[in-house]
Design a protein around this ligand. Structure first.
Ligand SMILES: Cc1cc2nc3c(=O)[nH]c(=O)nc-3n(C[C@H](O)[C@H](O)[C@H](O)COP(=O)(O)OP(=O)(O)OC[C@H]3O[C@@H](n4cnc5c(N)ncnc54)[C@H](O)[C@@H]3O)c2cc1C
Length: 346
């Protein structure tokens, strides 16, 4: 199989355009149906770096078709039994990595006790996508940055930080939909709506690898250019602790097209009150940073207080204290503040 040369500049050579077209046409990818988690991990381990997990395929197939991602081998995990379970146990909720967004949206236990998740699922894409998309794939989907996703087939491609390059093209380019809070090199935003919702509920991810399983708080899962998964690891489950009594949950999202669109900004809030005062809060922003952004400042500003308009207003201001908008996206600031206020007031 021909190998594509790497792209180092914004504009790619004719040779790369031709090769990308050839590659897309050939679609020469080996495909394995893993029957167990262990088998999936060992297949990934055996072909580390060249093999990639496929679940619903909603994101990955598009990236392959446009030659943005070029795995040599696909490991299909959809055939593994038992990974689509949603059930509540004594410690809380367990969601298998293959549960679809649709399964989560309609689950009676989620609607009743974890309605933040149900609200988030309802805001994702359209029913067709929700039927195919899995929770594991939603958490691991690639950013929607137009520089990252530019197909070499078009004659232009961008070798950005996420691809191992040394530049973020959004800084000097069109950054309308990019981050307003960023601590690193990449300025694209985490596109997952489930991630902030799950982090607000203090969820953990269970990860299988060659050495067995590890459990990681979801707020430690993301990095500025992706996530902490090794190339031979997969997510098998998401665990969500039972919310404390008196916890109010809210997911608010702003998007340009109401029917189907990724978040310009979103807020997931789980706020616990005792005797009318806030005793605990987790407030997580989506669509405004390369990782879901837990706003400790906003959380601290409401702790011990009775929720009022002015308390919510102060928290909204606190939520964006670290924001440094790029040249074209300062409009996200008032939107984010309005969403924080709305999420806190319920
Ligand atoms: C029109 C449209 C609108 C959308 N709108 C939204 C939206 O509003 N909000 C939102 O959050 N999302 C949205 N999405 C994104 C969609 O939710 C994701 O593409 C989908 O959830 C990916 O899940 P999948 O199972 O299809 O993953 P795949 O495409 O199969 O995989 C995606 C990535 O995850 C990896 N992966 C998959 N499962 C695992 C696992 N168990 N362990 C480790 N790695 C894994 C794959 O290797 C790949 O890198 C939209 C998508 C479309 C097409």
């Amino acid at each position: 199989m021909k190998k594509l040369p790497s792209v180092e500049h914004g504009t790619v050579s004719d040779e790369l355009v031709q090769l990308s077209k050839y590659w897309v046409k050939q679609k020469h990818i080996e495909h394995y149906n893993a029957r167990t988690v262990e088998e999936a991990v060992s297949l990934l381990d055996w072909d580390a770096g060249e093999a990639q997990v496929i679940a619903g395929g909603v994101d990955l197939v598009h990236l392959i078709k446009t030659a943005v991602r070029l795995p040599r081998v696909l490991i299909n995990i959809k055939k593994i039994p038992g990974l689509a379970v949603i059930r509540e146990e004594a410690e809380g909720l367990r969601i298998g990595a293959l549960a679809t967004i649709h399964d989560i949206e309609l689950s009676p236990i989620i609607k009743e006790k974890y309605n933040l998740l149900a609200e988030a699922t309802h805001s994702i894409a359209a029913p067709q996508v929700r039927n195919m998309a899995t929770i594991g794939g939603n958490l691991c989907q690639q950013v929607r940055c137009w520089y990252y996703r530019r197909s070499p087939v078009t004659g232009q491609s961008f070798f950005c930080h996420r691809k191992g390059g040394e530049q973020c093209y959004a800084v000097a380019g069109n950054n309308t939909f990019h981050a307003i809070i960023t601590g690193g090199e990449c300025n694209s935003v985490c596109p997952s709506d489930m991630a902030p919702a799950l982090i607000a509920l203090a969820a953990k991810v269970k990860i299988a690898g060659p050495g067995g399983y590890r459990l990681l708080p979801l707020d430690e899962f993301y990095t500025n250019v992706g996530n902490v998964l090794h190339s031979d690891e997969i997510i098998t489950e998401i665990q969500v602790p039972s919310p404390k009594p008196g916890t109010r949950q809210r997911f608010c999202k702003f998007r340009l097209r109401k029917a189907i669109d990724f978040a310009i900004s979103s807020v997931a809030a789980a706020i616990t009150t005792e005797d009318g005062q806030v005793s605990g809060a987790r407030i997580v922003l989506g669509g405004i940073a390369p990782t879901p952004y837990r706003t400790i400042c906003a959380e601290a500003s409401i702790k011990g207080k009775v929720i009022t308009e002015s308390v919510a207003e102060a928290a909204a201001r606190a939520a964006v204290t670290e924001a440094v908008p790029l040249s074209m996206n300062a409009y996200k600031l008032p939107i984010t503040k309005a969403l924080v206020r709305r999420a806190i007031l319920g």
